[in-house]
Every structure is written in C-alpha cells, then in structure tokens.
Design a protein around this ligand. Structure first.
Ligand SMILES: *[C@@H]1O[C@H](CO)[C@@H](O)[C@H](O)[C@H]1NC(C)=O
Length: 229
C-alpha cells in the first residue's frame, strides 16, 4: 500500500517535472469550462513521460554514444499505438538502432525502453540532443492521438586530443597530491603536462570540479591559469 503511494507520488513528480504536454499548452488560453472537462478526461487517460538521456554528458568525437530512452506511463489507462519519433543533431550519425519505433501498448505504471547508438563527427563543441516526439492513443475506445515530448539533453563533445588532455589532467591530479598545492604549482604542472589549451576544455573542468574541495582547488587553479593566458 505504502509502496503504491510512493511510486504514485514519484510518478506525479516525474510527470510534472519532465513532461511537456503540447495539448495542455494549447489549452492554457481557453476558458475555465474546458478545464473541468479536461479534469474528467484526464482521470481516464494514459499519460506518457519520456526521458531521453546519455549516461555521461561528456562524449568523444568518433566514439560510439548510446542514447537511452525510457517511456513511462504515469496515467491510469493503457496507452495504445505508441509511436516514438526521434531526430539527430546535425553533428551526429546513426550507427545502430532506430530513430522511429512502434511500441504498441504501454500499460499503467510500466516502462518501455529503447536505445540507439550514434557517433559525433565534430568535436570541441556543445551539442543538444533535441526532444523526441511520442504519439499514442490515451483513452480506450478512442482514436484520438495524444502527443508528448521527451526531455532534451546538452552534451559536450570532446575531440580525441581533449580526451587525452582530460586523462593527463586526471593523472596529474593523482600523481601530484603531495606537492601541487598553490595555483602556481598547478600552473607549472599544467604546463608540464601540456594541458588546458582551450577555454571550452577549461570550462568543462570547472563544471566538473564543483563536487569536492580538492576539485574546487583545481578549479581555482584553472581560473588562475585562464587569467594568465
Ligand atoms: C560501435 O558501433 C558499431 C555499430 O553498432 C559496432 O559495430 C562497433 O563495434 C561499436 N564500437 C565499439 C567500440 O563499441
């Protein structure tokens, strides 16, 4: 019983935070009378929440990247004729899997997963994986198609050289725990390893560095380095 409640609340949270319903958006400008109807209709409808993501938000040019899609029915009715339609950013090519899938039925409270593999042709750039579209029949005995959108995701695509720099910097941090304490030490270390050549690479480091105080010191050192350049 309690588990049901928790998963129900979770579903509600997910639905309110991740899902954008275009139908709802259109109805915003319409009078209150519609809202009552809508409430009644919502009570018997399927409601699909679509999460689209890549495990690491930093990927490497020329390397396989798996895109995961999780479709969850947080409504109270089975979704039928579920169809997923995705698109790639211009910088990416599809290697394996499909961007368009017919998923049939998704029952209440269940997840359906889909994956495909892409590769990025350019590096040293930020890329957004766009929202995918999902269409489905939300009410039993209806032919009316409902529509939803997945989440979008921002990625940073490293060049292979940037990846080497990242490894070098991480190795440097590990190797230098004993002596690199001041920004000047870090500066010398960075010059030694030949890292931190691009502003974007440094931004990425700063972003990743928020986690711990050791990392915060490194971020401060990197900012110092940027100033000096
Ligand atoms: C990348 O994907 C292609 C196509 O699915 C596959 O043939 C290849 O083995 C993959 N490479 C790696 C390193 O996983």
């Amino acid at each position: 019983m309690r588990r049901d409640l928790i998963s129900g609340l979770l579903a509600l949270l997910i639905a309110s935070s991740l899902m954008l319903s275009p139908i709802r958006a259109e109805e915003e400008g319409v009078a209150d009378a519609v809202e009552e109807d809508d409430e009644y209709a919502d009570a018997q409808r399927a409601f699909l929440v679509v999460r689209k993501f890549v495990k690491d938000d930093v990927v490497v040019q020329g390397k396989n990247v798996t895109v995961d899609i999780d479709i969850y029915n947080s409504g109270v009715s089975t979704a039928d004729a579920v169809k997923y339609v995705d698109a790639l950013p211009a910088e990416a090519t599809l290697l394996e899997g499909s961007l368009t899938v017919d998923l049939g039925k998704v029952t209440v409270g269940s997840h359906v997963k889909h994956t495909y593999v892409i590769v990025f042709n350019t590096g040293a750039t930020g890329v957004t994986l766009p929202s995918a579209k999902v269409t489905y029949i939300a009410e039993p005995d209806s032919t009316e198609t409902a529509e939803g959108e997945s989440t979008a995701m921002k990625l940073y695509v490293m060049t292979p050289v940037q990846q080497l720099q990242r490894y070098a910097l991480q190795a440097g941090v590990y190797a230098s725990l004993g002596f690199a304490r001041t920004p000047a030490d870090w500066r010398n270390l960075a010059i030694l390893i030949g890292t931190v050549s691009t502003a974007l690479g440094a931004n990425w480091m700063v972003k990743k560095a928020k986690a711990s105080s050791v990392n915060r010191k490194r971020a401060a050192a990197l900012r110092e380095l940027e100033k000096d350049e």
